[in-house]
Design a protein around this ligand. Structure first.
Ligand code: NDP
Length: 283
């Protein structure tokens, strides 16, 4: 069976990448985190998602070490704090990320969430970084449908290359309007917390009988079912964070898992979408 891929920023990428939140917080774990990211790259999880926020730059340093000598294999995503998302602050924040990531260019730079800068100010600063060759493209994160409409009315706003939002089997609010809108505009959605933080955000999710039943039917793990469920939605990629090689390899293997219509129907019964507009879920 062929691996799932997604059309992302003008190229075809595996529909599962690697998150890095909570990496870089503890020196004793650093070697293992670097090894996990490298194992992920070797297994085809070549998109790496990080942010200046994670461990206040520490996660970017872990990523920088992991991609040393193999930058060209990796699609690098980082994010700017809202209070740095305009003018000179963004230029400085981006320089800091580039230094920690040990690279000359970030493939995709995201506004982490909305703050006091206007979208127009953020777009202008992003465009300047693109023009200087510091970032290849820019996008947003945690923007709901109304924010996306506002962005679409902003000069240059339609160059937005992705929206990164929380999405997992037990949190399906984006299916009401944000996801269909992004699909209609061909804006890829990056699903964060695709494993609901290993069930911490929704206790019992990995052990849920319906998830277990689907996993057993395919001879896979519940985590793999959750990832396959996310990426079977058109234009959606998942960015699970895994700090162990075993988890990384398991997540990479989920690229080959195709859930059947019966699987999807049984998961739908256990975890129905809200069916009405709900506030965008965030962590
Ligand atoms: P995830 O849903 O990815 O869950 C991560 C947890 O799942 C970790 O505890 C990890 O354990 C565990 N795990 C990973 N793989 C497996 C597996 N195969 N089986 C069982 N457990 C597994 O949550 P995150 O919050 O990390 O979200 C993913 C990424 O999305 C972040 O790391 C970050 O890059 C991004 N993000 C973006 C946000 C935004 O505002 N834009 C907000 C939150 C996240 P272990 O580490 O021990 O392997």
């Amino acid at each position: 069976m062929t691996d799932s891929s997604i059309h992302f920023c003008g190229q075809s990428l595996p529909a599962i990448g690697q998150g890095t939140w909570y990496m870089g917080e503890n020196r004793a774990r650093r070697r293992q985190e670097v090894a996990a990211l490298r194992a992920g790259i070797d297994s085809g999880l070549t998109l790496i998602d990080t942010a200046e926020m994670y461990a206040e730059g520490g996660a970017e340093q872990v990523v920088g070490e992991a991609i040393r000598g193999q930058r060209d294999k990796v699609f690098l995503v980082s994010k700017v704090y809202p209070w740095n998302a305009g003018g000179r602050q963004m230029a400085n924040a981006c320089e800091g990320s580039l230094r920690r990531l040990e690279t000359e260019v970030i493939d995709l730079y995201l506004l982490h969430w909305r703050g006091d800068f206007t979208l127009a100010e953020t777009v202008e600063a992003m465009q300047a970084l693109v023009a200087q060759g510091k970032i290849r493209r820019w996008g947003v994160s945690n923007l709901d449908i109304e924010d996306m409409h506002e962005l679409w009315q902003t000069d240059g706003g339609r160059d937005c290359a992705a929206n990164q939002v929380l999405y997992h089997l037990a949190s399906r609010g984006i299916e009401h309007s944000l996801l269909p809108w992004c699909q209609s505009q061909a804006i890829p959605v990056m699903a964060y917390c695709p494993l609901a933080q290993a069930g911490r955000l929704r206790s019992g999710l990995l052990a849920h009988p319906q998830v277990q039943a689907v996993a057993n039917a395919h001879g896979v793990t519940p985590a793999q079912v959750l990832l396959a469920w996310v990426i079977q939605h058109q234009g959606v990629m998942a960015i699970p964070k895994a700090a162990t090689i075993a988890h990384v390899e398991e997540n990479a293997a989920a690229l080959q898992l195709r859930l059947t219509a019966d699987d999807l129907a049984s998961l739908e019964r256990a975890f129905p979408a809200p069916g009405r507009k709900v506030a965008l879920d965030v962590v």
